[in-house]
Design a protein around this ligand. Structure first.
Ligand code: CP3
Length: 354
């Protein structure tokens, strides 16, 4: 079921409806291959470093003037086909009172990790003016940018992994411990996080975001059976709540989960660099577009000839998908030369659409 769009979103969405990015999301033939980069607004850009000088990450996410400037920087420099909102997946958690910080070079760190019923109960829902700064920034961007704005949220599993571990983790053992030992508490936690993610995406759509991406960055740590049982219903609830715009669903190391992630309700399934797009199209099956999947390390380290060959191979394999949004297989690495990304965009835009 789709809910009617507010006037602002109709205006913003329809203004770009015929653009390459939204057409590819809808599996319609675009005039050129659309491209944007996860973490395109970040430490690879000197203008980003200048804008962030002396401002802590979370503070920068709460300043609409900075959010507008930083979201716009990669559009200006690279000529990408979409702008991802400058924010972070932990911004809605901080907005509902979770005590956390984003530590440079580390990532989100939670003051009191959530491991019991009281911890889960303390995560309240998003309300009123909690994220007015997001509304203000997205409205300005949707009105002014020449390309659609992509809103985003962290998926319930990835948000839970930060909350339960207390910070970044490689093996997610505490997260899995909660999931296996206390399934009722686990589902209660994921239900709350799904409601929070839905509310945060709705704020962005109401302000004019024309598409959304649900980041389940760390869900690749699960088997398909565990994913289906412990995670999929909650991600599906989030995606079903925003069915009025194209929905991208992304994770890293999710080669074995691609079909299930598509079944969770995405219009576009994000693919990392480990699975070639023609194979990913086979795994995902019909009725979905794909997004990806250049290796960020290739873009950051390889000579141009190697990067160019990787771009051509990705485009060729991407023909197997019903729609293809070009991207990296994960975020831009800080070591990346921005000029290489500019050349990637030029090469993608110049390539014939099959
Ligand atoms: O193009 C963009 O930069 C869009 C904005 C964006 C950020 N984070 C800004 C950011 C988006 C979409 C995210 C999502 C995000 N945040 C994810 C999902 C995407 C992914 O990478 O898998 C995750 C897992 C997080 C949590 C997080 N926040 C991490 C792992 C880090 C990196 C820690 C580090 O410094 O290496 C952050 C911090 C962060 N988020 C930065 C930026 C620009 C760096 C902060 C800085 O410059 O000090």
């Amino acid at each position: 079921m789709t809910t009617p769009l507010p006037a602002s979103a109709v205006a913003a969405g329809s203004r770009h409806a015929d653009g390459a990015f939204l057409r590819a999301c809808r599996r319609q033939r675009p005039r050129h291959h659309p491209v944007w980069f996860m973490r395109q607004a970040g430490r690879a850009l000197p203008e980003y470093k200048a804008a962030r000088e002396g401002v802590a990450m979370l503070d920068s996410c709460r300043r609409p003037d900075l959010v507008v400037e930083i979201t716009t920087q990669p559009v200006r420099r690279y000529g990408v086909d979409a702008a991802v909102l400058f924010s972070d997946i932990v911004v809605p958690l901080a907005a509902v009172g979770v005590d956390l910080d984003i530590v440079p070079g580390v990532g989100p760190v939670i003051a009191s990790p959530v491991r019991d019923r009281a911890g889960v109960a303390a995560i309240r829902s998003l309300e009123g003016d909690d994220v007015d700064f997001v509304t203000e920034a997205v409205r300005a961007l949707a009105a002014d940018l020449p390309v659609p704005v992509i809103g985003f949220a962290g998926a319930p599993f990835t948000l839970a992994s930060y909350l339960v571990e207390g910070g970044p983790s490689r093996q997610h053992l505490r997260t899995k411990a909660l999931m296996y030992a206390e399934p009722a508490l686990w589902h209660a936690l994921l239900e709350r996080l799904a409601a929070l993610a839905s509310a945060f995406l709705r704020v962005q759509i109401d302000a004019g975001a024309a598409a959304v991406q649900l980041f389940d960055s760390w869900v690749g740590t699960l088997s398909e059976a565990d994913y289906r049982r412990h995670v999929l219903p909650h991600s599906a609830a989030v995606l079903a709540s925003v069915a009025d715009v194209p929905r991208i669903h992304f994770g890293v190391g999710t080669g074995e989960l691609l079909r299930a992630m598509g079944e969770a309700g995405a219009d576009v399934v994000g693919v990392d660099w480990r699975v070639p797009l023609d194979e990913a199209a086979r795994r995902v099956g019909p009725g979905r577009a794909l997004q990806g999947n250049l290796d960020p390390a290739v873009v950051a380290t390889a000579p141009w000839g190697v990067v160019a060959a990787a771009v051509d191979d990705m485009l060729e394999r991407g023909r197997a998908a019903e729609g293809h949004v070009v991207n990296l297989g994960h975020g831009v690495l800080p070591e990346t030369d921005p000029d290489v990304l500019t050349r990637v965009v030029e090469r993608v835009h110049a390539a014939p659409v099959g």
